[in-house]
Structure formats: C-alpha cells, structure tokens
Design a protein around this ligand. Structure first.
Ligand code: GLP
Length: 248
C-alpha cells in the first residue's frame, strides 16, 4: 500500500485527479470505478478543468459507480446518478451510455445487483477504482461486518451513515435507509485502487484502516490485501499515521 501525503484538500484532489488522468492517457478506453461523497468533488473539478483545457479526453472511457441509494431515481437531486451528472458526466465528453450507476429503482434489488455485476464483467472489469472512506471505515456502502467476498448487494445503512448523510437532505426522514453497493469482493477485483481521504475527522479511521489489523469490522482495512492501492490523503487525515510512504 502506497501512501501519498498531500498538503491539503486541494493538493489531495490534484494528486488523485493526476492518477486518473494518467490512467486515461495510458488506456483511453479504460474503465473507471467512481465514488461519490464530498471527498471526490475536488477531483472531479480538476478532471473537468483539464478536459476543458483540452488536456484530457473521455470519449472512450467507461465509468461504473460504486453505489446508489435505493428508492431514488436518476432525476432525484439526492441520487448519486444526479451527483455524478452534476459533478462530472455532463461536464466532460463521457458518452452517457458508457456511464453506469446501480439501479436503485428496480423493485427486485437482487436482480439489479446481479445485473450490475454483469455490467462490470461485460466491460472487462475496473482498471482504476476511486474510493472515499466513511467515518466508520466503510467503502462504497459496505458497512462494518460485511464479508470480504461480497459482490454487488443491497444494504441497510447503519445509523451513523444515515446521520452522516443527513447533511445532504432537508430532514432526517428523507435520508434513504438502504442502498445498492458494489461489494468488497467486487471492489477488490479492480486492477488498481486509489483511496482519497481528507480531514482530521478521518484521521483515526484512516490510521486504523492502513496500520491496524485487517478486519471485517473496518471494511477499508481489506485494502491492505490488495496489490496495487494508493492512499492519497491530506496532512490532517494522515496526522496519526507516521511518515514513511509505504505501509505494507
Ligand atoms: C458515502 C458513500 C461513500 C463515501 C462516503 C464518505 O457513504 N457511499 O462512497 O466514500 O460516503 O463520504 P465523504 O467523502 O463525504 O466523507
């Protein structure tokens, strides 16, 4: 696991965006696994900036997102599809039919999840997966206790995740209680993983994820077992991790 220490949020965003841009230049028809949340916003901003400057071309890129709330359609402003459209899809030359987000509206959630795994397989798997880190150590919406072998599945969100997501909604009642997420097994199949982390409030969970034992009670700790992971985090998030560059 490689740890890249960024000065601040801006620097973290630029460094993570650089890795994605390099992936696109190396393989113009690559498959990017994308994440939502506040952390990647600056990364999408940078990618958009480079696209507008003519330095990056998404014409042949495919994207598969990590997760989606259950019960929110793509037009709902709180859906992750809507987030992606606002922050990236509509701002660069990605082809809409090459952007995939789990279907949170399919009544048969098991079927929606199986189909999503089918999509990931049919595009040849993920070349580079971008991840954020939840305060309880979740990746995607894989909450503590999730088996490391899981494929795309439907989850009940923990109370702490529902509370953390509250800031995006008008009231607690509106926050979805369920989501469809790539499983940990799905995420671990990506050829390369980049996890972006920012802020002092993530310092403890980040330390435990990269230096602590690998345990299903802290889903991000599984990344210690992946052969090609880069954690890009700012000083605040890395304040409890010693300098050194490489953890395992
Ligand atoms: C949500 C998303 C995750 C994301 C996490 C952290 O739960 N499903 O993919 O990594 O939040 O979000 P933030 O970056 O806003 O702290």
């Amino acid at each position: 696991m490689r740890i890249v220490r960024a000065k601040d949020y801006q620097d973290m965003s630029e460094k993570a965006a650089c890795m994605i841009a390099e992936q696109i230049r190396r393989k113009p028809d690559c498959v990017l696994g994308l994440a939502t949340g506040s952390t990647p916003e600056g990364i999408y901003e940078k990618l958009t900036e480079w696209y507008r400057a003519g330095e990056l071309d998404f014409a042949r890129v495919t994207t598969v997102n990590l997760d989606e709330y259950r019960g929110l359609d793509s037009e709902n402003v709180h859906s992750y599809y809507h987030y992606m459209k606002e922050k990236l899809f509509s701002r660069v030359n990605l082809r809409q039919e090459r952007t995939f987000v789990p279907d949170g509206m399919e009544p048969d959630s098991g079927r929606a999840c199986r189909e999503y795994d089918g999509i990931i397989a049919s595009v040849g798997g993920v070349d580079l997966q971008l991840l954020g880190l939840g305060h309880n150590g979740h990746i995607g919406f894989n909450e503590p206790g999730t088996d490391f072998e899981t494929r795309t599945h439907c989850v009940d969100l923990t109370e702490s995740t529902v509370r953390a997501n509250r800031r995006f909604f008008a009231s607690m009642d509106e926050v979805p209680r369920q989501a469809c997420t790539m499983g940990i097994g799905t995420i671990m199949q990506a050829a390369e993983i980049v996890m972006a982390v920012s802020g002092e409030d993530k310092a403890e969970v980040l330390r435990n994820a990269v230096c602590g034992p690998v345990t299903i009670m802290l889903p991000a700790s599984v990344l210690q077992l992946h052969r090609n992971v880069t954690v890009i985090a700012d000083e605040a998030a890395l304040s409890l991790v010693g300098h050194g560059g490489r953890v395992s």
